[in-house]
Write a protein that binds this ligand. Structure first.
Ligand code: HBI
Ligand code: FE
Length: 276
């Protein structure tokens, strides 16, 4: 894998914001709880605004996690959150300077550690930011990691992703993460449609679009279809996959012949999300 030093240079060259020069070999860093009053204020603004939406649009598993973890009054302390999360699902969080290479990212997931970015967007970036920041990582990803079954899926994803990519399934493997952990919807039998994916939970506009808009394209989850369907970053998704439960996601990942699916489809044209 790439060394921290080489990655730090690459990120600096690309203008990424995190300080990668202070990482450990596994790309974790200190949280250093020295946020300014302005940063605390941005955090509260983001949480207040988004909580009004999540109350209505987030799946119960997300809301239960959110109340158990107590994330919204001030920028969370990573150690406090880890302690609570460990008791709920065996997960913990580690601080990172931002995006890290795929291999160490998967390695953390495989060990039930979720990497959370240790810096926060500015007030000018409330609505949109290119890189994942602490708000996306905490507010988006961490609450559902309190749910053991979703946590099991994320752990298994971390364990298997490297092998699946090595089979030529890079895009197919990433699509699975994208359409579940980032943009997943959930509709339990007899219940209204809700969201849980982190990209939705941390977006003011797309969360409303995905769940409530007549123009949003919502498709029943099928692991093979998900892996074949392209996505675009920086735009609203043209399809959202709807899970009936986290058990279905975990069991599909555990029991499907993912290597076979990759062999069958990796060199075929992908599916268009607008028409599935
Ligand atoms: N690093 N911090 C961080 N967060 C991510 O979500 C992330 C990453 N590195 C790699 C990565 N994601 C991708 O490989 C995933 O999209 C699978
Ligand atoms: Fe994310």
């Amino acid at each position: 894998g790439i060394s921290v030093q080489d990655y730090a240079q690459e990120c600096a060259a690309q203008g990424l914001r995190g300080d990668y020069t202070v990482c450990r070999p596994d790309f974790t860093a200190e949280q250093k709880y020295d946020y300014s009053a302005a940063e605390q204020d941005v955090w509260r603004t983001l949480c207040d605004r988004q909580t009004r939406l999540t109350q209505r649009l987030a799946h119960k598993s997300y809301l239960d996690g959110m109340s158990a973890l107590d994330l919204v009054d001030r920028i969370p302390d990573f150690h406090d959150v880890s302690e609570k999360l460990r008791k709920l699902s065996g997960w913990e969080i580690v601080a990172v300077p931002g995006l890290i290479p795929a291999q160490p990212f998967f390695d953390h997931l495989a060990n039930r550690r979720f990497p959370v970015t240790n810096w926060l967007r500015t007030r000018e970036e409330l609505d949109y930011i290119v890189e994942p920041d602490m708000f996306h990582d905490f507010f988006g990803h961490v609450p559902v990691l309190s749910q053991p079954v979703f946590g099991d899926f994320m752990q298994m994803y971390g364990e298997k992703a490297g092998d699946l990519i090595a089979l030529g399934g890079d895009e197919m493997t990433t699509r699975l993460y994208w359409y579940t952990a980032e943009y997943g919807l959930m509709q339990e039998a007899g219940q209204p449609l809700k969201a849980f994916g982190a990209g939705l939970m941390s977006s003011f506009t797309e969360l409303q679009f995905a769940v409530e808009s007549a123009d949003a394209h919502q498709v029943p989850f099928d692991i093979e279809t998900v892996m074949r369907t392209v996505y675009e970053i920086d735009k609203f998704q043209r399809a959202y996959f709807v899970l009936p439960s986290f058990d279905v996601l975990r069991d599909a990942f555990q029991n499907s012949d993912l290597a076979g699916i990759i062999k069958r489809w990796k060199d075929e044209p992908p599916l268009d999300p607008a028409t599935i």
